[in-house]
Design a protein around this ligand. Structure first.
Ligand SMILES: NC(=O)c1ccc[n+]([C@@H]2O[C@H](COP(=O)([O-])OP(=O)(O)OC[C@H]3O[C@@H](n4cnc5c(N)ncnc54)[C@H](O)[C@@H]3O)[C@@H](O)[C@H]2O)c1
Length: 359
């Protein structure tokens, strides 16, 4: 099936299939008949998919760059290593960079494409659930800096997103649950129908039942694409709604030194905090309580390495890059499937939310 992100001259298709990765080279040659290709992946995927990557390499005649695995390699050094390969391979403006991997590979390879020869095209082939439903769509590319995550980057839309959900068969369960948080998150921002869909199909999706999961991925992408189309470069504030639960989540990730908790795990906790905060801050209407009780009941509670101290967690919320004029900007649910950005929640309420969720 095919979806699209409609951004005028920067529009692109999203192909969503199960088990068609072998046909990728012909799809790419058809879509970009005059281009040369470079493929960026990481050592984990290179080991798992050695045969497939070799087939692609031969069919496309492309160079392959294997970056080390993990967020700690989403750096200027890795970006620079990719550029070295693109330059020494004498790739041109018409070339296409292929990013095969999760959000880390997608972000850094996308940033290399954004900066090489002042910008060449790239194709996202996401292999984690998080990358399928979230990071591969929308054109945010970046590397981390010792002072913070994603601080150096560019908005650069891919030319194509090619999703083959069969890559999920090798994804570790913990990574699957983490990525599923971003799909589940869309229950709160994607409208009433998405809310009902997640509520009704959560068990099947969490069990990786493919037709249902494929539908959930499709719906999630549609939610994200719709937001990106209206606020491509995060200027109107609409794209901020995608950060539902994230101000709390980022504080938790920082609290755990970004090592002991995965991003999506933190997002699960962040969503709980946002729902509790919305209730205490008066954004959830009393009549909606049953709907929220139902969805909170099915949300996983990923294990935490230690019980966080709510007071320290509160302080960490103020080091988030989304803080403006010293005020927290919290994305809070209102009616099922919708949320609002609030910067007027009193300190006492936020502190009591953290105590209620983590205390
Ligand atoms: N650009 C955006 O809009 C956006 C949005 C959300 C997150 N992100 C970024 O995405 C990153 C997180 O992405 P992620 O959760 O995909 O992490 P990741 O890319 O680190 O992948 C998680 C782990 O799974 C492994 N892996 C990937 N695919 C696999 C497969 N099919 N089988 C087995 N193992 C596989 C990876 O090697 C890695 O060890 C963060 O850097 C975050 O900042 C970007």
């Amino acid at each position: 099936m095919q979806l699209s992100v409609n951004l005028g001259p920067r529009s692109y298709p999203i192909i969503l299939e199960n088990g068609t990765a072998q046909t990728l080279p012909s799809a790419l040659k058809n879509a970009f008949p005059k281009s040369r290709f470079a493929l960026v992946t990481n050592t984990v995927l290179a080991a798992l998919y050695r045969g497939l990557i070799t087939e692609w390499k031969e069919a496309l005649g492309c160079v392959v760059y294997e970056m080390p695995d993990g967020e700690r390699y989403k750096t200027i050094e890795t970006w620079s290593g990719i550029l070295d390969v693109l330059l020494t391979s004498k790739l041109e403006r018409s070339s296409i960079v292929i990013a095969l991997g999760g959000g880390v590979v997608g972000d850094v390879a996308g940033f290399a494409a954004a900066s090489f020869l002042r910008g060449v095209g790239y194709v996202q082939i996401p292999t984690t659930l998080l990358a399928m439903v979230d990071s591969s769509v929308g054109g945010k590319t970046a590397v981390d800096h010792p002072l913070g995550k994603n601080l150096i980057g560019a908005f650069h839309q891919p030319k194509l997103v090619y999703i083959d959900t069969s890559f999920l068969s090798t994804l570790p369960d913990r990574e699957f649950v983490s990525g599923y948080a971003e799909l589940f998150k869309n229950a709160f921002i994607g409208g009433r129908e998405m809310f009902e869909f997640v509520l009704a199909n959560h068990t099947a999706m969490a069990a990786k039942e493919m037709p249902v999961l494929l539908d959930g991925i499709r719906r999630s992408i549609a939610v994200k694409a719709g937001v990106v189309e209206k606020d491509e470069c995060e200027t109107s504030g609409l794209r901020a709604t995608l950060n539902f639960g994230h101000t709390f989540a980022h504080a938790l990730e920082r609290y755990c030194n970004f090592e002991k908790v995965l991003h999506g795990e933190a997002v699960w906790w962040g969503m709980r905090c946002a729902i509790t905060c919305s209730r205490q801050g008066g954004s959830i209407n009393g009549e909606m309580t049953d709907d929220y009780d139902a969805i909170v009941k099915i949300m996983p509670k990923p294990p935490l390495p230690e019980k966080p101290d709510p007071q320290r967690l509160y302080e960490m919320m103020f080091t988030d890059k989304k803080i403006a004029q010293g005020k927290l900007h919290l994305v809070l649910p209102t009616i099922p499937g919708s949320s609002v950005v609030r910067n007027d929640i009193p300190e006492g309420v936020v502190r009591s939310v953290l105590t209620a969720v983590f205390g």
